[in-house]
Design a protein around this ligand. Structure first.
Ligand SMILES: C[S@@+](CC[C@H](N)C(=O)[O-])C[C@H]1O[C@@H](n2cnc3c(N)ncnc32)[C@H](O)[C@@H]1O
Length: 220
């Protein structure tokens, strides 16, 4: 696993931007606090990225959203808050204890009706879902990134927005044979995003989670 090392200034800038521009609510803070109290790993998206997901749902007008990788529901809350009336988020989580915390956080945010947390291996859950989804956010086990992208196409439609987290992974994509077990799968998924199925780009990010990036795409 690559070590994520945040430069102190990146974290300071992120805090400033979060405070001044993003302005998370108590429901976002609560999700982070409960995750920490339950000993969950601090691997949720940073608040600036959570808000980006929120804006992408709104900008694209997405009403059906699929998330792969729930953790404590931090990114789920940001996306569900952007859904129009009648919109819905399906979020997929392998660990029942993570799903429990996420359900509590979503309920505390008043979003229980808008979100279904599905427990199990994402590849098995995906086979039971039906599309079309308008936006798909992929943030789970990197080894299956490419399989998840294929599912995003299968459960999507032309124009479906796809977001893939951890696209830069401390720059290890330049050295996929350098020993990080996830790097080759991240490279594979980026090559898929650069192929005929998608129209894509990657936005590099630096902050409390180190040097990373969000891949943004639409299904062709
Ligand atoms: C990086 S965290 C998700 C963070 C979340 N999207 C956020 O930003 O708040 C990844 C989550 O994916 C889950 N996960 C890992 N492998 C999975 C799989 N095969 N199927 C479903 N969930 C999986 C992990 O248990 C973990 O909770």
């Amino acid at each position: 696993m690559v070590e994520h090392v945040a430069q102190p200034e990146w974290t300071e800038v992120e805090r400033w931007l979060t405070r001044t521009v993003v302005k998370p609510g108590p429901e976002h803070e609560r999700a982070l606090e409960t995750a920490e109290a339950r000993g969950m790993p601090p691997i949720e998206v940073q608040p600036t990225s959570g808000k980006l997901l929120n804006l992408l749902v709104r900008i694209s007008g997405a009403a059906r959203v699929l998330e792969i990788g729930t953790l404590a529901g931090f990114s789920s809350i940001w996306m569900a808050q952007a859904l129009p009336a009648g919109g819905h988020l399906d979020t997929l989580e392998y660990l029942p204890e993570h799903a429990d915390v996420a359900r509590q956080n979503l309920a505390a945010a008043g979003l229980a009706e808008k979100v279904t947390v599905h427990v199990g291996r994402a590849l098995e859950t995906l086979a039971r879902l039906s599309g079309p989804y308008d936006l798909v956010f992929i943030d789970a086990d990197k080894q299956n990134n490419s399989r998840y992208l294929e599912w995003a196409v299968r459960l999507g439609r032309p124009g479906t927005v796809v977001v893939l987290d951890n696209a830069v992974w401390e720059g290890t994509l330049l050295h996929p044979d350098g020993g990080d077990q996830d790097a080759p799968f991240i490279v594979e998924s980026l090559e898929l995003l650069g192929g005929p199925l998608f129209d894509a780009t990657v936005v590099q990010t630096a902050g409390s989670k180190g040097w990373d990036g969000f891949a943004l795409a639409v299904v062709r």
